[in-house]
Design a protein around this ligand. Structure first.
Ligand code: FO1
Length: 326
C-alpha cells in the first residue's frame, strides 16, 4: 500500500507522525508532498519551514512547544544579529536550525535541486517517510495587503496603497492582523512538480490531505501546475481531514486566511473549498470532527471522528478513520 500525504505547517507535520505509525503497523509506504510557499532567503540562507517541520517532527528534533524549529535551541546568532541592528528583527533563526540552512544553502548553491537536498538532510533525521518538496522551483506565498510597513501596534493611517509582502512577514510580523486582499503564489505559473511527485500521486492507493491550513499550506501545493490535475486523475481515493473543529482552527490562523478568501471558517466551508473530485475538485472523502458530524459537502462522503492530535495514538486513530472512509 502506498499513502501520499499533502502537507504543510505544523498540523501537517504532526499528522504525518500518525500516518507513519499506521504505515509501520500495516507495512505501507508513505510519501509526503510538502508545501514550499513559506520558504524564504534570509541572511543569504535558504529556509524551508514546512520541510524542516516535517523533518524535525518525524526525526524527534522539533521543539514540542513552539512546533517549529529545533528542541533545546539556543539563540546566540539571533542576538548577535540584533546587536548589529540587522533586519528583519521579527524573524529569528536558532543556532541549531542554522546548521540545517547552511547545509541546504551550500548544496543548492552547488547546483543540487531542492528534492535532492531534502533527501540528503533527511538522511540524518530518518523521518521514516519519503519527504518531497511540492516543487524544486521558487514558489513563494505573498499576501497583498494595505498598510504594510507599519507595526501591528501602530496601524497605518492610509489603507489606499496595496503591496505584496512575503508570507512570513504577514504571518510572523503582522500575525495576519493587517488589511489583506488576496494571496499570490509567486512563481507558480512556471513551477514544475519535483521529480517523484506526480509518480507518487499516480501510484498512490490513497492520497490524504493533511489537516493543514487550506489557504497557505495546501493551496500552494495545488498551485504547482500539473499537480491538481494529477490528483483529479489519481487512481487512488483522495480523503481530506478537516483542520477546523467546531468553527475554529485547531492551531494557527486558518480563520484569518479563510476570511481573506471569503470562505466560512467551518468544516463545511473548507470541504466545499476543496470540492468533490466528481465535479473537478479534490475530494472523495472528508473526515470531520465529531462536533461537525452534520457537515454536508456536495458529492463528497463525509464521516466524523475525533480529530485532536493529542498524541501519536490519537493521530494514528485519525489516519485509520480517514483510510476506512475509502
Ligand atoms: N515563527 C515565528 O512566529 N517567529 C519566528 O521568528 C519564526 C522563525 C522561524 C525560523 C525557521 C522556521 O523553520 C520557522 C520559523 N517560524 C517562526 C515558524 C514559521 O513562521 C511558520 O509557523 C510556518 O512557516 C507556518 O507553517
Amino acid at each position: 500500500m502506498h499513502i501520499v500525504v499533502l502537507a504543510g505547517g505544523i498540523g501537517g507535520a504532526r499528522f504525518l507522525v500518525g500516518v507513519r505509525a499506521y504505515a509501520r503497523a500495516v507495512g505501507a509506504e508513505v510519501t509526503a508532498v510538502v508545501n514550499v510557499g513559506d520558504d524564504l532567503r534570509l541572511h543569504g540562507l535558504k529556509v524551508c519551514p514546512d520541510l524542516d517541520s516535517v523533518m524535525y517532527t518525524l526525526g524527534g528534533g522539533a521543539d514540542p512547544d513552539r512546533g517549529w524549529g529545533r528542541v533545546a535551541e539556543t539563540w546566540t546568532v539571533k542576538s548577535e544579529l540584533a546587536a548589529y541592528g540587522a533586519e528583519p528583527t521579527w524573524f529569528g533563526l536558532g543556532d541549531r536550525d542554522i546548521a540545517t540552512h547552511l547545509v541546504r544553502t551550500t548544496m543548492l548553491d552547488a547546483g543540487y535541486p531542492l528534492h535532492a537536498v531534502t533527501e540528503a538532510l533527511a538522511a540524518r533525521w530518518q523521518p521514516g517517510v519519503r519527504v518531497l518538496p511540492a516543487t524544486d522551483d521558487r514558489l513563494e506565498t505573498h499576501a497583498v495587503v494595505s498598510g504594510a510597513g507599519h507595526d501591528v501596534d501602530a496601524p497605518p493611517t492610509s489603507t489606499a496603497e496595496q503591496r505584496a509582502i512575503h508570507f512570513q512577514e504577514w504571518w510572523v510580523r503582522y500575525r495576519a492582523r493587517i488589511d489583506t486582499h488576496r494571496f499570490v503564489f509567486v512563481g507558480a505559473d512556471t513551477a514544475t512538480p519535483a521529480p517523484g511527485v506526480l509518480e507518487a500521486v499516480g501510484s498512490a492507493d490513497v492520497v490524504l490531505v493533511a489537516p493543514s491550513n487550506p489557504v497557505v499550506s495546501i493551496a500552494p501545493v495545488l498551485a504547482v501546475p500539473g499537480l491538481r490535475q494529477a490528483l483529479v486523475e489519481a487512481p487512488g481515493r483522495v480523503v481530506g481531514i478537516s483542520p477546523i473543529i467546531g468553527g475554529a482552527p485547531v492551531r494557527g490562523m486558518a480563520d484569518r486566511c479563510l476570511e481573506v478568501l471569503g470562505v466560512e471558517c467551518s468544516a463545511a466551508g473548507v470541504g466545499r473549498l476543496y470540492g468533490s473530485r466528481r465535479t473537478g475538485g479534490l475530494l472523495d472523502g472528508w473526515l470531520v470532527a465529531e462536533e461537525d458530524a452534520a457537515t454536508v459537502v456536495p458529492e463528497v462522503t463525509v464521516r466524523a471522528a475525533p480529530l485532536r492530535m493529542t498524541d501519536e495514538a490519537a493521530t494514528t486513530a485519525m489516519v485509520r478513520a480517514a483510510l476506512e472512509l475509502t
